[in-house]
Design a protein around this ligand. Structure first.
Ligand SMILES: *[C@@H]1O[C@H](CO)[C@@H](O)[C@H](O)[C@H]1NC(C)=O
Ligand SMILES: *[C@@H]1O[C@H](CO)[C@@H](O)[C@H](O)[C@H]1NC(C)=O
Ligand SMILES: *[C@@H]1O[C@H](CO)[C@@H](O)[C@H](O)[C@H]1NC(C)=O
Ligand SMILES: *[C@@H]1O[C@H](CO)[C@@H](O)[C@H](O)[C@H]1NC(C)=O
Ligand SMILES: *[C@@H]1O[C@H](CO)[C@@H](O)[C@H](O)[C@H]1NC(C)=O
Ligand SMILES: *[C@@H]1O[C@H](CO)[C@@H](O)[C@H](O)[C@H]1NC(C)=O
Length: 529
């Protein structure tokens, strides 16, 4: 089950990353035995696999919930580790029979129809025995995987040349032209769990490792399918299902990693969640011209000139140009991309300074299970009295992303209590205003990290309103001299389950209209600039 606020904790964990970082980096698996030798009798060039069928996987979201589960309910179902989204069992590597292992090398060297028309496997046309003079020439074809394990959020390996991927055994081979290459002696194997929440050790342990190794032709399986496009291997699951995490953990990192390929990239998805593919099909289709491959189940060997294992994550919902491929994409590019995907046309919020006769529109992100507004009617009256047209947005898990995105894009101000619904800022027009209402309980830092910083990076205006004790329904549950009010920090120190259980799950908001009014007036001022 999913939890909104697991991420709060995760982010906190990340603040102390050196220790967690170490813990998260598990020793790589023992080097696999002989490379899986597949049935090599007949190379088969196959068409792309079918689009994933609904029944291929167990979606981690119970379908029965789907038409009545709001985002926030969904977030709040349960937050214990044990109840986190079910991650599919890892498929054991294929077993290899003795006979197949000792397949004669000549057979594997057979020139075949597999050699692609372009020159992505240049070493195949070279003499196969490196002589000392030739050594240097060969070296240039031995492009070693370039792996980065230094980030606290993700590991990533970039592999170029002749790269062969066998999903079922979770193996990626970087083919070297050197013969009798002993990858074990050369210690050239890497393991990556391709989901960017590296510091969440428990959660990460549920993802399959992708094993990357340098190997010579005698050690690698033949290609069943040859692609001219690049490929990216990544995993869904984890905290996906929470709208914030769908974007922060997969969609933005995938954009960062794949946008450079201009669609000429195929996605191989481990722990593939069908609901995720369906829900974000629009985005996936604009990033990749190819069908997604269900990595864990894929028995064929797919060969690519370039494979990236893992996806890069910068800051939640943000793209940092200095760390992006070619340094030429930013958070704004991501938002423009997302707007393009859903054909959103409004690029800029209303400018009241131009004496527009139109009313500014304000979207109130309603929640129902927790952190809900208790006096919505009164709030709406205030907002209307100040000259806004109000829209109440009730995004449910099953709400069509594009449909809700169009609503968001049509407004000039979006306001809501801290929570995943605010992820919709990606669809706001530039210069629109985000008003984040911060509940009691020491959630300022997290609120700013998750939404203020990305909002500013997206070119939005930002206002924050921290509720007072009397505006919190916690006053209905605890005496006013309770530690819940006196010392939220001490509750936070008891751990996120305790703190979130109180402040995020039990708290609703009764806005003091008088106290809140100046925030709306500031929003109007910002729209006049
Ligand atoms: C290889 O595949 C072919 C065609 O699918 C089959 O006829 C043959 O028996 C297979 N050989 C082995 C060793 O599995
Ligand atoms: C959706 O709700 C209707 C009415 O409550 C119910 O009959 C139907 O089974 C639900 N569908 C799913 C997928 O839960
Ligand atoms: C988790 O969900 C189960 C079943 O819906 C429920 O019985 C249990 O009380 C929930 N636990 C928490 C901590 O909310
Ligand atoms: C392989 O490399 C890792 C780190 O890169 C190192 O810790 C390990 O000792 C090496 N193993 C061998 C057998 O050289
Ligand atoms: C970024 O730079 C690369 C390489 O110069 C170029 O191919 C690509 O179109 C650029 N992307 C954007 C979004 O400008
Ligand atoms: C609401 O806010 C105003 C202005 O801060 C304050 O004077 C008033 O006492 C508050 N009302 C309640 C019921 O707390």
């Amino acid at each position: 089950m999913f939890v909104l606020d697991v991420f709060l904790v995760m982010e906190r964990v990340s603040f102390s990353f050196p220790e967690d970082d170490k813990a998260a980096r598990e020793p790589s698996m023992p080097v696999a035995l002989p490379a899986p030798v597949l049935n090599q009798s007949k190379p088969s060039i196959q068409t792309q696999p079918e689009a994933p069928a609904q029944d291929q996987h167990v979606p981690s979201i119970p379908n029965t919930q789907e038409n009545k589960t709001t985002v926030e309910e969904f977030e709040h179902f349960n937050r214990t580790t044990e109840e986190r989204p079910v991650i599919q069992e890892v498929v054991p590597p294929i077993s290899v029979s003795k006979e197949e292992e000792v397949k004669p090398i000549q057979e594997q060297f057979q020139p075949s129809v597999q050699v692609p028309q372009n020159d992505f496997i240049p070493e195949q046309v070279e003499p196969s025995v490196p002589t000392p003079q030739k050594q240097e020439q060969f070296e240039k074809f031995l492009k070693k995987p370039s792996c980065d394990f230094s980030d606290f959020q993700f590991d990533l390996c970039d592999v170029e040349g002749d790269v062969r991927v066998h999903g079922r055994s979770s193996s990626v081979f970087s083919v070297t032209s050197l013969e009798n290459y002993n990858y074990e002696a050369n210690n050239e194997t890497w393991s990556v769990r391709p989901h960017p929440r590296k510091y969440a050790v428990e959660l990460m342990a549920k993802f399959r490792e992708v094993k990357i190794k340098v190997a010579d032709y005698a050690q690698v399986p033949k290609c069943d399918v040859i692609h001219n496009s690049a490929a990216i291997i990544f995993a869904t699951g984890g905290l996906n299902g929470n709208y914030f995490h769908d974007f922060s953990d997969v969609l933005v990192p995938l954009f960062i990693t794949s946008y450079q390929f201009k669609g000429e990239v195929q996605f191989l998805i481990s722990n593939m969640q069908v609901w995720f593919i369906l829900k974000y099909m629009g985005i996936l289709r604009k990033l990749s011209n190819y069908e997604v491959i269900d990595y864990d189940k894929e028995g064929q060997v797919h060969c690519y000139p370039h494979v990236i294992v893992g996806i890069s994550k910068h800051k939640d919902l943000c793209v940092e140009p200095s760390r992006a491929p070619n340094h030429n994409i930013s958070t704004v590019e991501f938002c423009n991309f997302a707007k393009m995907v859903y054909s959103l046309e409004r690029n800029a919020a209303i400018n009241l300074g131009e004496g527009s006769a139109k009313k500014p529109r304000l979207l109130l992100i309603a929640r129902t299970q927790s952190r809900a507004f208790m006096n919505t009617e009164e709030i709406v009256q205030l907002i209307e009295a100040l000259g806004f047209e109000v829209v109440i947005g009730d995004a449910r898990f099953s709400t069509d992303v594009g449909e809700f995105a169009r609503l968001v894009n049509s407004v000039d101000v979006m306001m809501g209590v801290h929570g995943a619904g605010l992820t919709n800022i990606v669809f706001l027009p530039t210069n629109a205003v985000l008003i984040q209402i911060v509940p009691l309980g020491d959630y300022e830092t997290v609120s700013e990290y998750d939404y203020r910083e990305p909002a500013v990076d997206m070119g939005l205006k930002y206002l924050q309103y921290r509720i007072s004790e009397v505006e919190s329904t916690l006053t209905d549950l605890y005496p006013r001299d309770h530690v819940v009010f006196r010392d939220p920090e001490s509750i936070q120190r008891q751990g996120w389950r305790t703190a979130d259980g109180i402040y995020l799950r039990k708290q609703n908001v009764r806005l003091n209209i008088t106290r809140f009014r100046p925030i709306l007036e500031s929003a109007l001022d910002l729209l006049r600039q």
